[in-house]
Design a binder for this molecule. Structure first.
Ligand code: GRF
Length: 221
C-alpha cells in the first residue's frame, strides 16, 4: 500500500497534529505524516513531532516581507519532502488564494464548531453566548474563504448548563482528536472524495442515531 505523504501545519500546542501522528502509526493507515511545519518557532507541537522522529521546520512568518514570500518558503519545504496532502491543525495564518489554489482538494482543516456555524475565532464563547445545546467540530477541504469548503466529517458535542469556554473547549478537543484521525483516513484513502462542492463517502454506513442534549431519554431511566 502506498501511503499519502502528508504534512501538518501548526502554530501552537499541536494536540491535533499529535493525534494524526498516533493514528498514522497503524501500518494500514493510508497517510504517513512526514513533515510538521510551524510558523511560530516556539510552538510546543514542534517538540512533540521531533520526539516521534518526524522532520520539523520552523518558518517564522515575521521574518518575511509578504505573505507570498512566507508561503514560497513553506511550498519549498513541502516540495522538498514530496508532500501530496496538507493538514492544517491550529495553523493561525491566513493563506493566499494562490497557495490555496495550489493545494486545491489536497489541503484540509479542522475547526472547533459544526460548520458553517461559528466560523472564526473565539468559537466556544460565541457558542455559549448563542445558547445552543449542541456544538462540535468539523474537518473540511480548504477553500479561499476562511472555514469554508466541503465537509469531510463532523462530530456533535453536547453543551451542558455549567460549561464555560474552557470546559467546552476541552470536551470538543477530545472529539477533534478522534474526528481528525478519522477524516484524514477517509480522505487519504479516497473513500471520501470531493464531488461538486460536497463530499461523497464510499461504502457509507447507515446514519447514526440522533444525539440529544440534554440526554433523552435520561440515561438513568
Ligand atoms: C483546535 O481547537 C483547532 O480546532 C483550532 O485550534 C486548536 C488547535 O489546538 N483550530 P492544537 O494545536 O491542535 O492542540
Amino acid at each position: 500500500m502506498t501511503r499519502v505523504r502528508t504534512a501538518v501545519l501548526i502554530s501552537g500546542r499541536g494536540s491535533n497534529m499529535a493525534a494524526l501522528v498516533e493514528a498514522a502509526k497503524a501500518p494500514d493507515y493510508p497517510a504517513e505524516i512526514v513533515l510538521v511545519i510551524s510558523n511560530r518557532p516556539e510552538a510546543g507541537g514542534l517538540g512533540i513531532a521531533a520526539e516521534h522522529g518526524i522532520a520539523t521546520e520552523a518558518i517564522d512568518h515575521t521574518e518575511f516581507d509578504s505573505r507570498a514570500a512566507f508561503e514560497a518558503r513553506v511550498q519549498e519545504a513541502l516540495d522538498r519532502h514530496d508532500i501530496a496532502l496538507v493538514c492544517l491543525a491550529g495553523f493561525m495564518r491566513i493563506l493566499t488564494e494562490e497557495f490555496i489554489a495550489r493545494w486545491n482538494n489536497a489541503m484540509i482543516n479542522i475547526h472547533p464548531s459544526l460548520l458553517p456555524a461559528f466560523k472564526g475565532l473565539d468559537t466556544h464563547q460565541r457558542v455559549l453566548d448563542a445558547g445552543v445545546r449542541i456544538t462540535g467540530c468539523s474537518v473540511h477541504v480548504v477553500r479561499p474563504e476562511m472555514d469554508t469548503g466541503p465537509v469531510i466529517a463532523q462530530a456533535a458535542v453536547p453543551v451542558v448548563s455549567d460549561d464555560d469556554a474552557r470546559t467546552l473547549a476541552a470536551r470538543v478537543l477530545e472529539a477533534e482528536h478522534r474526528l481528525y484521525a478519522y477524516a484524514l483516513e477517509l480522505f487519504a484513502s479516497g473513500r471520501a472524495r470531493v464531488s461538486g462542492e460536497r463530499i461523497v463517502i464510499e461504502d457509507e454506513p447507515g446514519a447514526a442515531s440522533a444525539l440529544f442534549s440534554p440526554p433523552f431519554p435520561r440515561p438513568d431511566q
